[in-house]
Design a protein around this ligand. Structure first.
Ligand SMILES: [Ca+2]
Ligand SMILES: [Ca+2]
Length: 144
């Protein structure tokens, strides 16, 4: 966990860099796919879904702590990812839905920088790292 400052533009720029975004999606997918069958089951997705709930909490969305309600929330989040409703989430579905969620989050944040606590391997953390790597690259390209 670390505390970072980011705004909507950080996320959008990261999403627009296909190469960087695809690489982080593949990383994350492989990390979640614990039995390496190329698909994410509900159990494998649970870790990611719980992370998404954490993010929503940061954005001040009402959080239901009733365990039954929570199961329903995870179910509906899973179905949101599982576009063809075959019970598993493949890489394409994971990528498409993650992108949607990130865009929704970015437009919710707007252009006012916010301070957030980020998990080490989360997408937001990757977006922040990506941005600072790009800044360093642009500084070092200035003539001395
Ligand atoms: Ca799997
Ligand atoms: Ca599916």
């Amino acid at each position: 966990m670390s505390v970072e400052i980011l705004d909507g533009a950080t996320i959008v720029n990261f999403l627009e860099d296909e190469e960087a975004f695809n690489a982080s999606i593949c990383d994350r997918f492989a990390h979640l796919d614990s039995n390496n069958d190329g698909k994410l089951s509900y159990e494998e997705m649970l870790k990611e879904l719980q992370g998404l709930r954490v993010m929503e909490t940061h954005f001040g969305v009402d959080v239901e702590t009733d365990p039954d309600e929570l199961v329903q929330v995870y179910d509906s989040l899973f179905v949101q990812f599982d576009h063809d409703l075959n019970g598993t989430v493949d890489l394409e579905e994971f990528k498409a839905e993650t992108k949607q969620m990130m865009l929704a989050m970015a437009s919710g944040m707007g252009f006012l920088p916010v301070q957030m606590v980020l998990e080490e391997d989360s997408f937001l953390k990757k977006a922040v790292e990506w941005e600072s790597a790009k800044l360093v690259a642009s500084y070092s390209s200035y003539p001395n």
